[in-house]
Design a protein around this ligand. Structure first.
Ligand SMILES: O=C(O)CCC(=O)C(=O)O
Ligand SMILES: [Fe+2]
Length: 320
């Protein structure tokens, strides 16, 4: 089940495939990233059992009381670890905060890489004993999938297949568990309040696991909102602004949003778990020479990933 605009690709055919299958995958992924900026992937090696455990634990975490959750809120970390309560994140350019709360898990460095000093520790959620193990397992699985996808993209861009590897090794990626809470009294919320306002992701690519519940929509080139229909076990993958910047707009960081449910479902929750794949903060995002020509003049100033992230976290209200 997928929307024709958003092709469904078999990641297994890249990871375990023949040379010809890998080439086909890389061409198809590149074409989709060039076009809609979105694909769904199957055969990604994340078991249904682990996905189910993920959602059980995410639901348990958000069902704690506001007092319990607030112990884990770390505004000094700009929400980059632990819990962020409703009303804190506003899509760039929007006036009203999103109708959501979320929990963020970051990189665990285990190989002696000194970059460890640069990352805050993950926050341990005491009340949900399996939460950190399960989200950590999902983090590593999605990071692994992301590395394969970036290898396929590197080939598509005519770069060395391993171009991104050194940049994403121990990168600053974030797994975000989101709860779009029930809207108990639709009259009491601002007229422009939505679950997630129209935005583009900041990072290189995003992998969204189990985005089965309705609500996610992408803005097509003809300026229409298209609902994404993915199978529960598929992963939705999209290009973020860092990859768009590096490729001088060749690969598209497509605007997307999460709409409020129809009236009869207003009082229900929606959960989702995106993995924002970030490089190390010293990665240079200067547009690739191969993506610049007369028809495509250089569209962005030179910046590192760390500088760019900082600018964006201020724009969405997480960093003061
Ligand atoms: O909840 C979703 O389906 C998408 C969330 C999203 O786009 C984001 O957090 O950047
Ligand atoms: Fe997003």
């Amino acid at each position: 089940m997928s929307t024709p605009y958003i092709p469904c690709l078999d990641l297994g055919s890249y990871i375990n495939g023949t040379e010809a299958q890998r080439k086909t995958f890389s061409d198809e992924l590149g074409r989709a990233f060039n076009d809609s900026g979105f694909v769904t992937i199957t055969n990604h090696g994340v078991s249904q059992e682990l996905i189910d455990q993920l959602y059980e634990n995410i639901k348990a975490a958000f069902s704690l009381t506001p007092e319990q959750k607030s112990q884990y809120e770390k505004p000094e970390l700009a929400g980059q670890r632990g819990y962020t309560s409703p009303g804190k994140e506003t899509a760039k350019g929007a006036k009203t905060a999103d109708l959501k709360e979320f929990w963020q898990i970051g990189q665990e460095v285990t190989d002696g890489d000194p970059i460890k000093e640069r990352y805050p520790d993950n926050v341990i959620l005491k009340e949900v004993p399996e939460f950190n193990r399960v989200t950590g397992d999902i983090y590593r699985k999605l990071e692994e999938n992301g590395k394969h996808l970036l290898r396929a993209i590197a080939t598509y861009l005519g770069l060395d297949t391993n171009y991104f590897d050194q940049h994403v090794h121990n990168g600053n990626s974030i797994l975000r568990g989101i709860h779009y809470f029930p809207i108990e009294n639709p009259e009491a919320i601002a007229a422009d309040a939505v679950r997630a306002g129209a935005h583009e992701d900041i990072n290189l690519i995003t992998l969204l696991i189990g985005a089965s519940a309705d609500g996610l929509e992408v803005l097509t080139r003809s300026n229409e909102w298209l609902p994404i229909k993915a199978h529960h076990s598929d992963i939705v993958v999209n290009v973020g602004d860092m990859l768009q910047r590096l490729t001088n707009n060749k690969l598209k960081s497509t605007t997307h949003r999460v709409v409020n449910p129809p009236r009869e479902l207003m009082k229900t929750s929606r959960y989702s778990v995106p993995f924002f794949l970030h490089p190390r903060s010293d990665m240079d995002l200067t547009c690739l020479d191969s993506c610049i020509d007369e028809a495509h003049p250089k569209a962005f100033s030179d910046m590192t990933a760390g500088e760019y992230l900082d600018e964006r976290l201020r724009e969405i209200g997480l960093k003061k």
